[in-house]
Design a protein around this ligand. Structure first.
Ligand code: ADP
Length: 438
C-alpha cells in the first residue's frame, strides 16, 4: 500500500500526478524550486517542500534534497514524472536504498534501456526488427566510414545515452563523416556525460510510431495501442495521435506484439513505451522510454485507462488484473502541445472546455511561465470517433484557448491542423519542414 507520494517534478505533469493521487485517496507532496513558489502544483498538492534555488541542477535534479524531502514529509514513494530524474537509474537506486518505493521500473532496467546500444542488442536477441547500424559503439571515424559504407548512406550518428531529440547527426556522404564523428562524440559527452556514440541507417521521412505498455513485472503485459508522433520540429514532438494513419490492422498487430514481447523479455515493471520508426510499411525498433511520456493522455483517451494510477498500483506490487482481451481501445485521440515561446506572467488564461476536450496544464491567470524550465505550457487532448472529427474538435479547442502575457506556438499548431498534408494522413517526420518550408 502506498499512502503518500512525493512528486519529483513540476509543471503540468506534477499537476497530472496529483490528480491521480487524489482519485486514489493518496496524499501528494509537491517539491518546488524557489522560482516555483506560486506554481499550480504547489497550490494543488496536500503538502509542498522547497528543494533549492531555481537552476534545475540545484532543485529538480538535486537527488539528496528530494529524497530528504520525501523522508521528512512521511512519504512512502516517489513519482519522478517525465524528464528530470525519471530515467536516472542512480536516482531509482538511491530512492530504493532510502527505503522508499520508486514509481517506475527498477534501476537495472532503466540502465539497460537507457543505453541505446545495449537496448539494440536486447532487441536483436528478441528477434525484433531494428534499423541496420553499428553492432555496438563506434570508436573511430575509420570504423564509422566502414560501417556506413556497409549499410549505405545516409546514416545517423546518435549518442548511446541520448534523449530528447538531442545529440544526433545525419551524415549524407563519406566526406562528412570525420567531422560528424568528432562533433557527435563531443556533443554526447557534453549533453549526456557519456561520449559513446553509435550509428543507424537514416530512414528518409519515416513515421514515428510508439506503443504504450503496462507491465506488472509478474508476467502480465498489455499494450494500449500506438501513438503516432510524426509531427515533430527538430526531432521534438508537437502533435500525437492514436491510432496512427500509417498502419493497417496487420501492421499494428505485429508492432504491438513485438513491443509486448520486448517488455516480457525485460521483465519490465511499470508503464513504458517502445518507439519504432515505420518505413515502407515495416517497423523498426528505435528505443524504450522507461517512464510515462508527455503524450500519455492520447492512450488514456482511447483505452479509458489512467496510466498514472496503473503506475502507482504496479509500484505498490499489485497485479495488472486484466488481460489484453479485456481492454477496449476505441475512437481517435489527438494531442497538441502548446509551448511557450517566451517566459512571463500570464495575464489571462482561458482553457478550452466542452465535449471531448481535455487540458493538462499548469497555467492559470496571474500565474507565470518560468524561464528556467521546459517550455511546455499546456496539452490539449481531444477524443472523438474518427480522425476527421478529431481534427475539427481540436480546431474548436484551439480557437477557444486564450493565453495572454506570453507568446506560444498556438498559431503554428493551427497551421498544421488545417494543412492539406496533415489532413491527408499521409506524411512523414519531415511534415513540419514541408508545411513551413524551412
Ligand atoms: P531521442 O531519444 O533523442 O528522442 P530518438 O532516437 O527517439 O531520439 O529519435 C528522435 C527522432 O529522430 C525520431 O522520432 C525521428 O524523427 C528521428 N530519427 C531517429 N532515428 C532515425 C533514423 N534512424 N532515421 C530517421 N529518423 C530518425
Amino acid at each position: 500500500m502506498i499512502g503518500s507520494i512525493l512528486i519529483a517534478n513540476r509543471g503540468e505533469i506534477a499537476v497530472r500526478i496529483i490528480r491521480s493521487c487524489r482519485d486514489m485517496g493518496i496524499r501528494s507532496v509537491a517539491v518546488y524550486s524557489e522560482a516555483d513558489r506560486d506554481s499550480l502544483h504547489v497550490k494543488m498538492a496536500d503538502a509542498a517542500v522547497c528543494i533549492g534555488p531555481p537552476a534545475s541542477a540545484d532543485s529538480y535534479l538535486n537527488t539528496q534534497n528530494i529524497i530528504a524531502a520525501a523522508c521528512g514529509s512521511g512519504c512512502d514513494a516517489i513519482h519522478p514524472g517525465v524528464g528530470f530524474l525519471s530515467e536516472n537509474a542512480q536516482f531509482a537506486e538511491d530512492v530504493t536504498q532510502a527505503g522508499l518505493i520508486f514509481i517506475g521500473p527498477d534501476a537495472a532496467t532503466i540502465r539497460l534501456v537507457g543505453d541505446k546500444v545495449e537496448a539494440r542488442r536486447t532487441v536483436k536477441e528478441a528477434g525484433i526488427p531494428f534499423t541496420p547500424g553499428s553492432p555496438g559503439p563506434i570508436e573511430s571515424p575509420q570504423e564509422a566510414r566502414r560501417i556506413a559504407s556497409e549499410i549505405g548512406y545516409p546514416v545517423i550518428i546518435k549518442a548511446a545515452a541520448g534523449g530528447g531529440g538531442r545529440g544526433m547527426r545525419i551524415v549524407e556522404r563519406e566526406e562528412e563523416m570525420e567531422e560528424a564523428f568528432t562533433i557527435a562524440s563531443h556533443e554526447a559527452l557534453s549533453f549526456f556525460s557519456n561520449g559513446t556514440i553509435y550509428m543507424e541507417k537514416y530512414l528518409r521521412n519515416p513515421r514515428h510510431v510508439e506503443v504504450q505498455l503496462l507491465s506488472d513485472g509478474k508476467g502480465a503485459v498489455v499494450h494500449l495501442g500506438e501513438r503516432d508522433c510524426s509531427v515533430q520540429k527538430n526531432h521534438q514532438k508537437l502533435i500525437e495521435e492514436s491510432p496512427s494513419s500509417a498502419l493497417n490492422t496487420a501492421q499494428r498487430e505485429r508492432m504491438c506484439k513485438d513491443a509486448v514481447r520486448l517488455f516480457k523479455r525485460l521483465h519490465y515493471s511499470g508503464a513504458g513505451t517502445v518507439e519504432f520508426l515505420v518505413y515502407e510499411g515495416k517497423h523498426y525498433f528505435m528505443e524504450v522510454n522507461a517512464r510515462v511520456q508527455v503524450e500519455h493522455p492520447v492512450s488514456e483517451a482511447v483505452s479509458g485507462i489512467d496510466i498514472i494510477k496503473e503506475q502507482i498500483r504496479i509500484a505498490a506490487g499489485e497485479h495488472l488484473g486484466y488481460t489484453q482481451k479485456q481492454l477496449h481501445i476505441s475512437g481517435y485521440a489527438l494531442e497538441c502541445r502548446i509551448n511557450a515561446r517566451t517566459p512571463g506572467k500570464i495575464s489571462l488564461f482561458i482553457p478550452p472546455l466542452g465535449p471531448a476536450v481535455r487540458v493538462d496544464t499548469h497555467l492559470y491567470t496571474e500565474g507565470s511561465v518560468s524561464p528556467y524550465y521546459d517550455p511546455l505550457a499546456a496539452k490539449i487532448i481531444v477524443h472523438t470517433d474518427d480522425r476527421a472529427s478529431g481534427i475539427k474538435t481540436m480546431l474548436r479547442a484551439l480557437q477557444e484557448l486564450e493565453i495572454r502575457g506570453i507568446t506560444t506556438n498556438k498559431d503554428e499548431q493551427l497551421t498544421i491542423l488545417t494543412s492539406k498534408i496533415f489532413n491527408s494522413g499521409t506524411y512523414g517526420t519531415d511534415i513540419y519542414s514541408r508545411i513551413f518550408q524551412e
